[in-house]
Write a protein that binds this ligand. Structure first.
Ligand code: ZN
Length: 93
């Protein structure tokens, strides 16, 4: 048991809960000031690299130049936008 209390529900927070960053009593994220008041540096960083890895993996396909839209797709999108613009202009005439 640590000497930290949840900022949302004031439940005593275990070391495991502080590591995870979530209060198991109320299910909310443990706020940063809870760590500061308990004299801790903050949530352990081990969870962050995993999240960053996931984010990198998720955005990797769009960064792949092979996945860039083909020219005919861009042309279709442009034609559609022009068509929408024409419809909007005609609606106000
Ligand atoms: Zn709580």
């Amino acid at each position: 048991m640590s000497n930290a209390r949840c900022g949302s529900c004031s439940a005593d927070l275990s070391v495991g809960e502080l590591d995870d960053g979530w209060c198991s009593a109320c299910g909310k994220a443990i706020a940063g000031f809870v760590y500061r008041e308990a004299g801790l540096k903050g949530r352990k960083e081990k969870a962050l690299p995993r999240a960053q890895k996931t984010a990198t993996r998720l955005e990797a396909p769009s960064a792949d130049p092979d996945d860039a839209p083909a020219k005919w797709q861009l042309a279709l999108i442009g034609a559609a936008m022009v068509g929408i613009a024409v419809v909007i202009v005609l609606a106000f005439l």
